[in-house]
Design a binder for this molecule. Sequence first.
Ligand code: CA
Ligand code: CA
Ligand code: CA
Ligand code: CA
Length: 492
Amino acid sequence: MWYSIARFACVCALVALPLWSVGCGPESQGDPGDGGGGGGIAGASGSSGAGGAGGMAGTAGAGGTAGIGGAGGTAGIGGSGGTAGIGGAGGMAGIGGTGGSGGGELRCIGDTTSGDTDNDGVCDSDDVCPGEDDLIDVDTNQLADCLENLLLNSELDSDVTHWEARTQATIAWDSSDADGNPNSGSAAVTNIASREGFVRSAGQCVETGEGDYVAATRYYIPEGQGPGRALVTTTFHAGTECVGGAGGFLGSDGSRYQTATGTWGTILHPFSTVSGTQSINFVVSAQVLDTSPAFTVQYDNPLLRCQSDPVTMVRDYTGGGGSWYGGDDRELFTPRLVGDGIQIPVTESFLAQRFALYVIRQFDYSEPPEGTGHAVTLVAQLRDASGTILESDTTNLAATFSGGWVYWDFTTVLRAGQTYNFTTYLQDGFASGLKSSVGYNNADPYPSVMRLSCTVGHDAMGQPLVDVDDWSCWDADSLAISFALEGATVCD
Ligand SMILES: [Ca+2]
Ligand SMILES: [Ca+2]
Ligand SMILES: [Ca+2]
Ligand SMILES: [Ca+2]
């Protein structure tokens, strides 16, 4: 399937001839493809969860007027949650609050028709962590914790699996959740030492190495207890199972604590491990500051992650030349579609967040050009080494677009030692005939990054000979097309 040189790719040097006069034969086959439907921008939908909260207001009403609780439901798309307000009659509005979930299947960010299988408010079309909550970001680094967390069972949805209580401590699952999520809970760590000042803990061991990290957690100290603290500590070990080192450990980042009661707070701090570290013990504790027989702190969404550094790769466009991109309305080649992309071997794991190609000029017909741009949709796909599509995105360009970087958004971790492929094309370009060019730069800072191209030709009936979404259409060559790839490093 793979060839080191593109068999039919058309490369047109601007310095030689006007781009539209350079002939490129019809090559492959196929249908331009359906392209992915753009996800609906339903940003406000996330807040629709407030519909349920509306029911709570009803409880306070303790009477027929409690029906106003239902108004909360209007926050959801479709507002169907609002009907829950009828619970207000008879002061049962609290039950009515569950009406908020009535619209839950449609209340998600993204393409609502794709559903929300894990019910985290992000539609399946955009869900980056199936089965986990995409919206948890305790360290507020704008990256879903589920993509970067080294800890297991951080969300504590239904039990405390992977978390272990130490001497004179207990750990138990609690139904209260840091974000009020009715489908999740937290871990209650209780100090039963009955000794003033004693710290008692639960923790999880993570096999990892020397480096810079961030530790964080949500915590809640219930009121009505004696004075005490919530603490987070990490210890570094020479062995892989949190043993090893003089005295059992190599070092520690020291405890960070908070004392606020009756509200969910956050503890967060960066730290660095020491040479020889092979594992980190992430420890959450309850410290009692009097002689109370028990002191409890609840923890939720604990986070342990590597420090993340930005990744920016740019093979700039310096005006050197361009390669045909898009459809073709020339009589000899009509219809035709040429897509472009890159193939990149990854040496350090990172989260890919934006990918771009440099599109030199407006999208116009080749023959005859109208001299004005046309609004177009460009599709980008991220594929693994075997061509399987991992994620796709579309970007719309206005008719006023006259050239520049075109970006697509991604949220996929690219792993060290793997090869990935970004493929892009003009949606419906086979039928429309609109085209532009993508720039290249032969002063190449990334010689290992290959160009990918796919050329869809037509048969005698004008039907596509191959689908541009079909991986068999794509071939690699060494043309140094301009690209930009941005993201952030993650732990391996
Ligand atoms: Ca989801
Ligand atoms: Ca999810
Ligand atoms: Ca985060
Ligand atoms: Ca939780």
